[in-house]
Design a protein around this ligand. Structure first.
Ligand code: HEC
Ligand code: HEC
Ligand code: HEC
Ligand code: HEC
Length: 304
């Protein structure tokens, strides 16, 4: 009886939450892709129906005075993009710099294919690394000819970033994490100390150290052919290859709504902001292409 009542109450709450979600334009269980409600929304939005507002569960957003009420603009532009695919709007890491990324290749048990991994000037992973290297400023755009929808004014190639950050930390993913106790700092290019912390500005902006990150930049098919019985011939549905290669976006989708974000190094559950979050969405944290509950993502490629 009590159990039944609880169920009915729970169902009632579910319906209310879903209705509220729809009213706010918030993602529901059937729409897990909504970049507006993620830390990848760097806009200066202050209308809760249009995405996260300033200071709400994210460390980086454009300042109020900037012409930056768009969400996609920090990564895409409709015109004059570089590289053209996927209409990219970030100043891209140059060819020499791209090839300078040091990858996870020293492991003796890797296939020869993975040991020879290398990023080139056209590697898909450079899209992510044009922010996540800790070195490239997140607020510098390639094409500044976008419009602010509130007044139609032309944008600025360099957008002011606001929020809880001060000094250099405003501009590159990295400075926020110097000496921080979070070892999972989103600055992947940093040089880490033995405990996984980023010890200094120089280490933070080193920008090329991917030796402690999952291997990328090589053909999955060729590696799987060498590792019969250890890797699936093709990855599970949802996991993506780019020109047959493993890249950041094999495991990540930068648009996925997963119901949480960051304030400093503290994880903020967006349910506490009144947003709709369910288990399926949480399992996609952070920006995962498929759920990693029970290591589903890992087992989507590895036979272990
Ligand atoms: C933080 C960076 C970022 C933001 C913000 C972003 N995207 Fe993307 N987008 C990417 C990357 C990287 C790719 C390349 C494919 C991938 O990794 O999923 C991509 C690919 C795409 C694609 C082509 C492939 C696909 O998934 O269909 C479309 C369309 C797209 N984005 C639309 C948008 C729109 C519309 C917005 C704003 C509402 C947006 N993106 C915001 C980074 C971003
Ligand atoms: C325009 C800059 C930009 C680009 C491009 C970008 N990101 Fe991010 N990403 C950010 C920012 C800003 C954060 C939040 C960092 C923080 O708060 O410390 C973030 C956070 C993340 C997080 C952690 C989220 C969490 O909740 O812990 C992941 C994972 C991530 N990004 C993956 C990617 C991947 C993969 C790509 C490429 C497909 C990508 N990002 C492209 C700016 C970017
Ligand atoms: C093989 C799958 C895979 C690949 C490839 C991959 N990631 Fe991740 N990434 C993950 C998973 C899973 C997590 C969550 C880790 C956890 O449980 O904390 C994660 C976490 C992150 C985070 C959050 C900070 C952290 O260290 O936990 C960032 C930022 C990130 N990835 C960016 C990237 C970028 C950029 C690339 C490419 C250079 C990349 N990832 C390649 C699977 C992957
Ligand atoms: C897109 C498919 C894919 C996904 C998803 C994936 N991996 Fe991998 N992983 C690979 C490939 C391919 C290699 C290279 C194997 C080789 O060549 O020997 C690799 C290498 C590794 C290695 C290094 C092996 C060595 O010999 O040093 C480890 C450890 C690993 N992955 C763990 C994980 C974990 C943990 C996850 C989940 C968070 C994961 N992988 C998700 C494809 C994937």
């Amino acid at each position: 009886m009590i159990a039944k009542r609880m169920k009915m109450i729970a169902a009632g709450i579910f319906v209310i939450a879903q209705a509220a979600g729809v009213a706010l334009g918030v993602p529901t269980s059937s729409t897990v892709t909504d970049v507006r409600f993620t830390v990848h929304n760097l806009s200066n939005n202050n209308d809760p129906t249009k995405g996260l507002t300033q200071g709400e569960g994210r460390n980086y957003n454009a300042s109020s005075t900037g012409q930056a009420d768009q969400v996609c603009i920090f990564c895409h532009t409709p015109h004059n993009a570089s590289p053209a695919v996927p209409l990219w709007n970030k100043v891209y890491p140059g060819a020499g710099y791209a090839e300078g990324f040091r990858l996870y290749t020293s492991s003796a048990t890797l296939s020869n294919t993975a040991k020879a991994a290398k990023l080139t000037a056209s590697s898909e992973s450079l899209l992510c690394l044009s922010c996540h290297d800790g070195k490239t400023a997140i607020n510098v755009l390639h094409n500044s000819s976008y419009r602010d929808s509130s007044d139609g004014a032309t944008g600025d190639a360099i957008i002011d970033i606001d929020g809880t950050l001060t000094g250099a930390g405003k501009f590159a993913i990295g400075d926020l994490w110097i000496g921080a106790t979070s070892v999972n700092a989103p600055n992947l290019g940093a040089l880490r100390d033995s405990e996984g912390y980023i010890p200094s500005l120089a280490a933070s902006t080193n920008g090329t150290n991917l030796t402690d990150d999952h291997p990328i930049g090589f053909s999955y098919t060729a590696a799987a052919a060498e590792k019969v019985g250890a890797l699936k011939p093709t990855p599970d549905a949802g996991i993506r290859l780019f020109g047959g290669r493993v890249e950041c976006s094999s495991c990540h989708n930068p648009h996925i709504y997963y119901g949480s974000g960051l304030a400093g190094s503290t994880r903020i559950d967006y349910a506490s902001l009144g947003l709709y979050v369910d288990a399926a969405q949480r399992e996609r944290t952070p920006f995962l292409t498929v759920s990693n509950n029970g290591s589903k993502l890992c087992l989507g490629c590895h036979i272990k």
